[in-house]
Ligand binder design. Structure first.
Ligand code: EPZ
Length: 423
């Protein structure tokens, strides 16, 4: 088991380049199942979730050729199986996209019930509602979901909840359906637009992605024969923006889309930081203790839940008392118990947490409870006095490419240590 040993405090300074978006990549990879041809994907983040997805696709008969560690050629012409390996998919949340993609391409799909990460209940009723609206029969039994249809036919789908996953799954299932599908109350995150752009590049006809009404005119076939570059990761960029603020540093964040970061920029300005926009990069700096703030997580373009723990670190050391309302996930404050071990004063109850700002954090042994909690605790270790040992970092490796290398290049003192497994 690896752990990170961090010695702080460090003011982060320098330049960092953002990788391709994890949450776009884990939707684009299964979307390749819809293509009766060969395509190339560039700017794939080199993270364990992407590697896991590629393994799952190979099990289904997809041929994958790595060109570099961020570029891959995918040949989905000869899919020979529609049952995704249960042991892999049940551990992996984004495996739910296999349902929409396999249903769309083959009319049948079997996937293990997507395993929880530690964010609370993660229902998939809206995904099922979308598949049923297109004519599929869906069964959930014995730890797996089975979906079957003779012919998918376009229909109107109204999402009762704004859901990233259900919106993407509805798109995947309807791209090759007969006729037109309309998704109302669709999610608008940048990775929804990226998946639609990818599919359109391969011959699909999807309009309105990025608004709350998406129209998909079914096409007969997706041709492949094209390259696509994954959008820069909004959440990785936001993580470095907040790390600059927490450490009272100055970071130039390259290869990002500043418009995707507006909601984070607004909060950083509110708490006293500075953000300069250079079109495809931004500079974030902070030279004083942050001001207190109220943050409420919301679907895009609101403040993202996936940057909630990271801003939690900033508010933990802010002047005065701050509040975060988490409106997406029921258990996303587990990191607060770890931060309290480092001297923070956070009281979390249900979906609200109160942060009584302290001047400094102190190093301590802490445990990443999920991916974004891990990123937040890494930032906390960088700004804390003394040594922090961060455990369970496999969560971080799922979603951040070269994270400790990137922080090291900004001046952080981080070492990855492999501890022998207990017998
Ligand atoms: C995606 O999860 C992301 N994962 C999550 O990122 C992110 O936190 C989340 O969107 C919200 O932005 C991927 O893209 C792989 P949702 P997803 O469906 O699609 C409820 C990270 O750290 N809901 O938008 O699973 C649900 O309970 C991860 O990178 C239903 O009730 O999220 C939640 O309260 C963690 N029924 C809300 O909707 C459904 O059928 C939004 O969930 C589906 C969702």
């Amino acid at each position: 088991m690896d752990k990170l040993v961090i010695h702080g405090p460090t003011k982060l300074k320098g330049e960092v380049t953002i990788s391709g978006a994890k949450n776009a990549a884990v939707a684009i990879l299964p979307a390749t199942l819809l293509i009766d041809g060969v395509c190339k994907i560039e700017n794939l983040p080199n993270i364990s979730d992407v590697k896991m997805y590629c393994k799952i696709l190979q099990e289904l008969g997809v041929k994958i050729k790595w060109i570099t560690e961020n570029e891959v050629e995918i040949d989905s012409r000869n899919i020979n199986c529609t049952q995704a390996p249960l042991d892999m998919t049940s551990k992996f949340r984004a495996s739910y996209y296999l349902l929409g993609a396999l249903l769309g391409r083959c009319g049948t799909a079997e996937v293990g019930l997507p395993g929880g990460c530690n964010l609370g209940a993660r229902p998939i009723d809206q995904h099922i509602k979308a598949f049923e609206a297109l004519g599929a029969k869906v069964e959930v039994a014995q730890g797996k979901i089975t979906a079957k249809v003779k012919k998918l036919v376009g229909n109107s789908i109204y999402m009762d909840i704004v859901s990233v996953g259900a919106t993407i799954n509805a798109i995947l299932a309807s791209v090759l359906a007969e006729g037109t599908t309309t998704i109302d109350n669709a999610a608008k995150e940048p990775h929804i637009v990226d998946v639609a752009n990818f599919l359109n590049t391969m011959g699909a006809d999807i309009r309105g992605a990025g608004t709350d009404v998406i129209k998909i005119n079914g096409v007969k076939k997706l041709h492949g024969k094209a390259s696509y570059s994954v959008v820069p990761d909004q959440i990785e960029a936001g993580t470095f923006m907040l790390a600059a603020v927490a450490s009272r540093g100055n970071i130039l964040i390259k290869n990002c889309i500043p418009e995707h970061l507006d909601c984070i920029t607004a909060k950083i300005l509110e708490i006293g930081g500075s953000v300069e926009d250079y079109g495809d990069s931004i500079r974030v700096s902070m030279n004083k203790r942050p001001n207190k703030a109220i943050v409420k997580t919301l679907p895009y373009p609101g403040y993202p839940t996936d940057l909630q723990p990271q801003i939690g670190v900033v508010l933990a050391i802010a002047e005065g008392t701050s509040t975060i309302h988490e409106s997406i996930w029921e258990s996303r404050f587990q990191y607060s118990f770890e931060l309290n071990k480092m001297g923070a004063k956070i009281t979390a109850q249900g979906k609200t947490a109160i942060f009584e700002g302290v001047k400094d954090l102190n190093g301590a042994p802490v445990y990443a409870t999920d991916l974004r909690a891990g990123a937040a605790l890494l930032i906390a270790g960088i700004i804390a006095d003394g040594e922090t040992q961060l455990y369970n970092i496999e969560h971080i490796d799922r979603g951040y490419e070269d994270i400790e290398e990137k922080f090291r290049s900004l001046g952080a003192n981080i070492e990855r240590v492999t501890e022998p497994d207990e017998k």
